[in-house]
Design a protein around this ligand. Structure first.
Ligand SMILES: [Zn+2]
Length: 79
């Protein structure tokens, strides 16, 4: 699996809404890929901060913005 695919599944991964097989694939990738690990850690922290101030799940618009920010971040990391 490529980094791009990891990032595209990341919102669901962090939501724990992901297919267990796909989830496992991502975890295997994360063990080997430092770049993606950094993205996941940063995103987790962001979501935790967000959830502490608002107990509701991430609205779709926020998820989309987060997703876009991550995609941009990944392009920078890979550049
Ligand atoms: Zn990666």
């Amino acid at each position: 699996m490529k980094c791009k695919q990891i990032i595209s599944e990341l919102a669901d991964y962090l939501d724990e809404a992901l297919d267990p097989i796909l989830r496992n694939t991502i975890e295997v990738h994360l063990e080997k890929c430092k770049d993606c690990r950094i993205v996941v850690d940063t995103t987790k922290q962001t979501i935790e901060i967000f959830c502490n101030s608002e107990p509701a799940p991430l609205p779709a618009s926020t998820r989309l913005r987060l997703h876009e920010a991550l995609a941009k971040h990944l392009r920078r990391v890979r550049a």
